[in-house]
Design a protein around this ligand. Structure first.
Ligand code: PLP
Length: 418
């Protein structure tokens, strides 16, 4: 194998200061919950590869479905042509989603799924004769992607996108209504801005890359109630939470709400291929029906609805019924609560929280990410803290012993830096 240094000469890595960050690990194979490295080590994956690999890696059912589709039709454009894997997947998603969330627009990444949701929401009001309603309300600690429109609805204090602050649309950040008092404030914010606002966007129950913050179903219910009261659309970004991560197939189910638009990606294909879906309720879709060609949704990524990715998504959905995924998530939740609790005793820990198959240890202040990440790899686990949080989001198929390896490593590393 070529030396690692030479292979890095042409690559530009994500979220990485290339001047001084130590070289990344070289992955050569994956199987189950394990990532094999070029140096012969095997790491237990505590991240599900950015929260995607819910069935673990190389599940035979997904592999077979994709191999079969590869023989038949790996790709065909989706403009003017459709295909069975996409049409059937759209129907399956519509049947699984709450209420009348029934019109599926496929894209190929989470950020673009959110972009499409924003376009749908804004154009809904334009088509409906209220073109001033274009701004978006998002929440503190939000993260919705890395493209321009999605950067504008990330919490600006979280710091990732400050370089582009001047180039982004000016959106409105609100506090999550976690109490009755803050609900009144949120409701007032909507009352004040409803005339200029297209939609509120929320990551239901767990906010991801903006700090792994959690809120309860009641908060979600309050947000939905205020949106309904002020006739503002609600977009649920379930790119991280969708497909079982919080304990239900979709986090919105726990609050029994039906957002106007929902965004899905990541675990949609079991983490095997790039696919995303923006799903709209019936009345949103209806607002685009007109004799005016300009009233149509003008979006169409080249690789939208890629048949291989659709085949993978079908196989992934099969696995949610063929194997006890949600029961596995419930068991992971109990084990995470139990085994991460000892972290509370350390003075450098400010909070420990668990929801579904997400376990978070929040540290006081910034941590030395490089040192922590290196230490985790030394302990045989793939755990990748960011900001001041250490989190575990393992594949749902993880065994008790392997999950214990992950939680033990977290407790150990936290204690070493206490
Ligand atoms: N929205 C949420 C809630 C996410 O967690 C992410 C990615 O982490 C995105 C959007 C962006 O998805 P992608 O990285 O596929 O563009």
């Amino acid at each position: 194998m070529a030396a690692l240094d030479s292979t890095l000469d042409s690559i530009w890595l994500p979220y990485t200061q290339m001047a001084n960050t130590p070289p990344p690990q070289m992955a050569v194979a994956t199987q189950g919950v394990r990532i094999s490295l070029a140096d012969g080590r095997e790491l237990i994956d505590g991240t599900s590869s950015w929260w995607t690999a819910c069935h673990g890696y190389n599940h035979p059912h997904i592999r077979e479905a994709v191999s079969h589709q590869l023989e038949v039709m790996p790709h065909v454009m989706f403009g003017g042509l459709v295909h069975e894997p996409a049409l059937r997947l759209a129907s399956r998603l519509a049947a699984l989603l709450p209420g009348d969330l029934e019109r599926v627009f496929f894209t190929d990444s989470g950020s673009v799924a959110v972009e499409v949701a924003l376009k749908m929401a804004r154009q809904y009001w334009i088509n409906g004769g209220q073109p001033k309603r274009q701004r978006i309300i998002h929440f503190r600690h939000s993260y919705h992607g890395d493209t321009f429109a999605t950067m504008a609805i990330c919490d600006p204090e979280e710091g990732m996108h400050t370089r582009f602050a001047d180039a982004m649309p000016k959106e409105i950040m609100a506090e999550l209504p976690t109490t009755e008092t803050s609900h009144a404030a949120f409701d007032q914010c909507l009352a004040l801005h409803a005339h200029e606002v297209a939609a509120v966007i929320i990551e239901p129950l767990v906010q991801g890359a903006g700090g792994m913050k959690m809120h309860d179903a009641q908060t979600l219910t309050r947000v939905a109630a205020s949106c309904a009261r002020h006739n503002v659309l609600l977009i649920a970004d379930e790119i991280m939470t969708g497909f079982g991560r919080t304990g239900r197939l979709f986090a919105c189910e726990e609050a029994e709400i039906t957002p106007d638009i929902i965004c899905l990606s990541k675990a949609l294909t079991g983490g095997t291929l790039a696919l995303a879906a923006t799903v709209a309720r019936r009345h949103i879709f209806a607002a685009f029906l007109s004799d005016d060609p300009a009233a149509a949704l003008m979006h169409g990524p080249t690789f939208m609805a890629n048949p291989l990715a659709c085949a993978a998504a079908h196989a992934s959905l099969d696995l949610f019924t063929q194997e006890p995924r949600l029961a596995q998530v419930a068991a992971i939740e109990l084990q995470l609560k139990d085994e991460l609790a000892p972290c509370r005793q350390f003075t450098n820990v400010s909070d420990v929280r668990v929801k579904g198959a997400i376990g978070v240890v929040e540290m006081r202040g910034e941590i030395n990410l490089t040192a922590y990440r290196t230490r985790f790899a030394e302990l045989g686990v793939w755990v990748r803290p960011f900001g001041n949080v250490i989190y575990l989001m393992p594949p749902f198929i993880i065994s008790q012993e392997d999950l214990r390896m992950l939680t033990n490593a977290v407790v150990r590393v936290v204690s070493e830096y206490a």
